[in-house]
Design a binder for this molecule. Structure first.
Ligand code: GUN
Length: 282
């Protein structure tokens, strides 16, 4: 059996088109959805990420402003800038690109963002809203993974879902989102004793560790849905995920590729959260 590939690029394109439609509708009512992005310092990867975020926004008609500050900026000045954006009714979403310089307390900065504008979904109130099922913004990567699962018409109710990785922004919220869909969720991590025993039971596996070959063909139940959040480099320097794609695709029912799976959907869900923020404020 060869798995069907879940095309993240195609789903992201469809998602962007939906966002563009919602953006046009808001603009027709005189509201210009606006995402403010703050980049502190010169981190090369961050510069690429924010460039993509601005381009994605503009492509869907959202206004995006990028504010760049030197790595020497004080934490107090950054907090003051975030507070000014909180108070600006013309700004609907605020994103402070991470990592921040070492002299700053990233959590403190995130907690300063108004939850109504927290389009990253990193604020403790956003995390709490997901936990309790209240309205709030969901972290973009797990939200994108959920959309990828939905896109194949897979009903999660009563299914065994295994999430590998317990990060605050991916693994933990992913587990909660799957639980919210009535899956039976197991959250595995670096101290899990027999990972294979868990994954072999799984109808869905979400791998979010950041290390290649965490999931191999012998660990997968035939027909399972495999969502690969990993972004690693193999020995030839090529991008690869946490899943041994070549081996696992012979056993799984569906699988996301790397690149072209979760990555584009993470980017698309930021746009969804931003338009959502603007609609709620309008
Ligand atoms: N750095 C790497 N990924 C992200 C992200 O999704 N949001 C923010 N704010 N910073 C990041």
């Amino acid at each position: 059996m060869t798995a069907q590939i879940i095309d993240g690029n195609a789903l992201a394109k469809k998602t962007r088109e939906e966002v563009a439609g919602r953006t046009a509708a808001l603009k027709a009512k005189g509201v210009e959805p606006h995402l403010a992005i703050i980049l502190v310092g010169e981190d090369p990867a961050s510069q690429v990420y924010v460039k993509h975020k601005v381009a994605d926004s503009e492509q869907t008609g959202l206004k995006a402003t990028l504010e760049r500050y030197p790595a020497t900026m004080s934490e107090a000045d950054l907090l003051a800038r975030v507070q000014a954006l909180n108070a600006d009714a013309k700004v609907h979403g605020i994103l402070v690109q991470l990592p921040l310089p070492r002299h700053m307390d990233a959590q403190k900065v995130i907690e300063t963002i108004a939850p109504a504008k927290d389009v990253d979904g990193f604020h403790v109130q956003s995390a709490g809203a997901l936990l309790t099922g209240l309205p709030g913004f969901w972290s973009c990567t797990p939200y994108g993974c959920l959309k990828l699962i939905d896109s194949i018409g897979f009903d999660l109710k009563g299914k065994n879902a295994v999430v590998i990785g317990r990060s605050n922004n991916v693994g933990k919220p992913m587990a909660l989102m799957l639980l919210g869909r009535d899956a039976t969720v197991t959250l595995c991590h670096s101290r899990t004793k027999d990972l294979k025993a868990h994954t072999l039971m799984a109808d869905v596996i979400v791998a979010a560790v950041g290390r290649r070959n965490v999931v191999t063909a012998d660990m997968v139940k035939p027909g399972a849905v495999i969502i690969d959040v990993g972004m690693n480099r193999n020995d030839e320097g090529k991008l690869c995920g946490d899943v041994d794609f070549a081996g696992v695709k012979e056993v799984a029912g569906w699988i996301t590729p790397v690149p072209g799976g979760v990555g584009p959907m993470t980017r698309a869900m930021l746009l969804v959260n931003t338009i959502e923020a603007a609609e709620r404020a309008a």
